[in-house]
Write a protein that binds this ligand. Structure first.
Ligand code: TRP
Length: 350
């Protein structure tokens, strides 16, 4: 048979979004927009990692609200739930079964080297909870459950994907080649950090973030707070490395080219640059803002979209788990039959 090139459309891209905050511009530029771009080429499974969030977030109302904020944000930014399987992690319980199985294959030492765990210790948390320790295992299960080929994530998640790859390789080595798909991280190494208002990495906790769906008026007010140099209007200015220019470059490169030229020419102040950035931002976010508001005010609709995604996710998860259970010697064929068609014991002829 003639070997054929792998058809990208049959590959699966998967990512998880932790609902610990309302998404901001940094999340949009760094994660949401690139993942949605990828979903044009790949089969995609994007989910809200609510069970990962409870390692740090213990406010049930905030968690619930964040889940809806995240769901409405992704839908407003263009996620098509017909095309992308979009769901809550907590709706597919098979993930815990796989996580347990994987935990029996990982050395505790590897988890002790985990960034999240080490960071918690470094921050003075003398006894981080076991969920933080176990975090990479649940994340590996998230990925392996759906036969994932590529995982679009930020650089900070690289180590987690490595743990996941190790686990998939180890599983296949112990239990049989090809049972689990070994995924790859999709990280653009050169992707610059998205700077916040003060030029440091944009983050909600630093208080330097730009909201995605504030009104145009509020958005403009926030943009005007971006830190700039103090040159006079007339002076020529260096664009490279300044926050307003970097943000514009990441948002819309062609507008940034223009901005750079104008800054270098002089007679164009930082206020003008911020106004140009605001206009570009409002042009990109304005139409999404209305879609966001419509989705966010209809939690039942969001629940329906996520429940439909969960249904589709579950059918793939069940197929993977049937394979995994058989490989590890847990499955009896009758068990799988019962799971799939929900027969009661009394329905099964002895
Ligand atoms: N740990 C990821 C983050 O903090 C979220 C996440 C959970 C995830 N499960 C995942 C990302 C699976 C990719 C794949 O951003």
């Amino acid at each position: 048979m003639t070997p054929t090139a792998t058809d990208a459309s049959t590959k699966t891209s998967l990512t998880g979004i932790k609902p610990t905050d309302t998404p901001h511009l940094g999340n949009y530029l760094g994660a949401i927009r690139p993942a949605l771009k990828l979903s044009e080429q790949f089969k995609s499974y994007y989910f809200i990692a609510d069970y990962h969030a409870i390692t740090t977030l213990r406010d049930p109302v905030a968690l619930q609200q964040n889940v809806y904020d995240v769901a409405a944000t992704w839908l407003a930014c263009g996620l098509d739930p017909e095309r992308t399987v979009f769901f809550r992690q907590s709706d597919v319980l098979e993930v815990f079964e796989l996580a347990w199985i994987l935990s029996c294959l990982v050395a505790t030492g590897q988890l002790e080297r985990g960034h999240a765990y080490k960071d918690a210790l470094a921050k003075g948390d003398a006894a981080p909870n076991a969920g933080i320790f176990y975090y990479p295992v649940l994340m590996a299960a998230d990925i392996l459950l759906y036969d994932t080929d590529v995982v679009p994530v930020g650089k900070d998640q690289k180590q987690h994907i490595e743990v996941c790859r190790d686990l998939a390789v180890r599983f296949n080595h112990v239990y049989g080649d090809g049972v689990l798909v070994v995924p790859e991280a999709h990280i653009s190494e050169d992707a610059p950090l998205v700077p916040g208002l003060d030029g440091e990495k944009m983050s909600k906790s630093r208080g330097n973030s730009i909201p995605l769906f504030a009104s145009a008026k509020e958005l403009r007010k926030v943009v005007m707070k971006i830190t700039t140099g103090s040159e006079t209007l007339e002076e020529p200015k260096v664009a490279e490395g300044t926050t307003v220019y970097e943000l514009t470059k990441q948002l819309t490169p062609s507008i940034a080219d223009d901005m750079k030229r104008k800054l270098e020419a002089g007679n164009y102040g930082w206020g003008h640059a911020k106004q140009d950035f605001f206009e570009a931002l409002d042009a990109e976010l304005g139409p999404k803002r209305d879609v966001y508001t419509a989705f966010r005010s209809d939690e039942e609709k969001l629940d329906r979209v996520l429940a439909d995604g969960a249904e589709r996710a579950r059918s793939l998860a069940r197929a993977t788990m049937a394979r995994v259970r058989e490989a590890i010697g847990i499955a009896r064929p009758i068990d799988d039959l019962r799971r799939t068609v929900s027969l009661k014991r009394s329905d099964i002829p002895m």
